[in-house]
Design a protein around this ligand. Structure first.
Ligand SMILES: Cc1cc2nc3c(=O)[nH]c(=O)nc-3n(C[C@H](O)[C@H](O)[C@H](O)COP(=O)(O)O)c2cc1C
Ligand SMILES: C=C(O[C@@H]1CC(C(=O)O)=C[C@@H](OP(=O)(O)O)[C@H]1O)C(=O)O
Length: 394
């Protein structure tokens, strides 16, 4: 029901995002959207490009006087770096006489597979669109999803859990971890680990290498019944896995205790069901949340917890063995510039994707053309949950 698409190359004019399916009268908080884009640019380990860009949204359609109109929303974020690529990226020009095609693919990037697929000889054509520059558009779309969910009391946040095998630790709850992460240069909550992670990033940079890590994204204020067990494609866990896995360099997605649960007895792995009349609107609850808030592809009402693993950045200053696709000769992969570690930036994109997937399932459940209608349908459902919790059926 909601849909987004992005267009644009990393060094072209900019990234446009076309978003459809949001109701009218959704308040648009421009400061919030801008702040999300600032968050996506930050993080120790970011490369020179992030100092160059100053991502700023320009609305081209769908928003009037700080509210959505119900029509498709079109947003442009310009690439500041594009001034340095005018001739190389000119949509209507021709290659400059001194132009040299990129012929050495980077292992780990889309370079070789993308070039052979689209029958290019110039790897530049792949680099431009496979670049995670595109994720600025995801964060624009995700900001709309977050603003929509916030109106219904659902919030999405997250934190970096590990970088290069250094794991953040601390006996604090999820909300506290996320709050602390907002203050940290690496979006993590453990000060000691942050220091070690920064040292590891420095070491990787000095060695011409790169690092990956893990981040955790969480949705709070969930109600039971979002997503669907009746269709493979509408399962919330499947949608989340797809959305988060689509982020460049994310190679693993885990819902709740996913991989750990494979080693346990059932009695240790599931979340027993309890009842407490004082809990409103839904009186059924769990004292653990090993399932990460989803059973059978449907939200249980507990927070949704998803962990993602990002592989190390593929562009290495020291290079990796590769092959020149024109000459068919052994070479070392090329380097211009790059992030050394992008896990804190990946986290922000992860939050955007989680918000998008949940907003999509919420839109599907509650329909409505205006925010009033959405909220009315939502309130009716809360009433139903209350009845479900209080009325005995036998
Ligand atoms: C926020 C973010 C920033 C990234 N920055 C870089 C970068 O500077 N250099 C690079 O080679 N890869 C970077 N990547 C990763 C590549 O885009 C990614 O590995 C590549 O597109 C291949 O896709 P895959 O890893 O999903 O197979 C970044 C990823 C994200 C999410
Ligand atoms: C531009 C962004 O990320 C880029 C993602 C990226 C890659 O290969 O994925 C490579 C780098 O770009 P460049 O080659 O121009 O230095 C990153 O800076 C961004 O996130 O806005």
């Amino acid at each position: 029901m909601i849909h987004y698409e992005t267009a644009g190359e990393s060094h072209g004019t900019g990234i446009t995002t076309l978003i459809s399916g949001f109701p009218s009268h959704l308040r648009v908080d421009i400061d919030f959207i801008q702040n999300e884009l600032v968050r996506r640019q930050k993080g120790y380990g970011s490369g020179p490009r992030m100092k160059m860009e100053k991502d700023t949204v320009e609305f081209l359609g769908g928003v009037r006087w700080k509210e959505t109109l119900g029509s498709p929303i079109s947003v442009l974020v310009r690439n500041r770096d594009s001034v340095n690529w005018k001739l190389q990226m000119d949509p209507l020009g021709a290659p400059p006489s001194d132009y040299r095609e990129v012929v050495v693919p980077r292992p780990g990037h889309a370079d070789l597979a993308g070039t052979v697929k689209y029958q290019f000889t110039d790897i530049r054509n792949v680099i431009e669109r496979a670049s995670a520059r595109e994720t600025v558009g995801r964060c624009v779309a995700g900001s709309f999803a977050k603003m929509f969910l916030n109106q219904l009391g659902i919030g999405v946040g997250g934190y970096v859990e590990s970088i290069g095998g250094i794991i953040a630790e601390g006996e604090i709850n999820l909300e506290e971890k996320i709050k602390a992460a907002h203050e940290s240069e690496l979006a993590t909550f453990d000060l000691q680990a942050t220091k070690k992670m920064m040292e590891a990033i420095d070491e990787a940079r000095e060695k011409g290498d790169s690092l990956g890590g893990t981040f955790v994204v969480v949705a709070f204020g969930m109600i039971p019944g979002i997503g669907d067990y009746t269709s493979a494609f509408r399962k919330l866990d499947a949608q989340l896995a797809g959305g988060l896995m689509s982020i460049p360099s994310v190679k693993g997605v885990e819902i709740g205790n996913g991989f750990l649960s494979a080693q346990l007895f059932g009695s240790e792995a599931h979340d027993a069901i309890y009842f407490n009349q004082d809990r409103k609107p839904f009186s059924f609850f769990r004292s653990t949340n090993r399932a990460g808030g989803i059973e059978g592809g449907v939200s249980t009402g507990e927070p949704i917890i998803v962990r993602c693993a990002m592989k190390p950045i593929p562009t290495l200053q020291k290079g990796l063995p590769s092959v020149d696709i024109a000459e068919k000769s052994d070479v070392v992969s090329r380097y211009e510039r790059s992030d050394v570690c992008a896990v804190p930036r990946g986290l922000v994109v992860g939050e955007a994707m989680m918000a998008w997937v949940i907003a999509s399932a919420v839109r599907e459940k509650f329909g409505g053309d205006s925010m009033n209608e959405v909220k009315g349908n939502f309130r009716n459902y809360l009433e139903y949950l209350k009845d479900f919790s209080t009325k005995k059926t036998k």
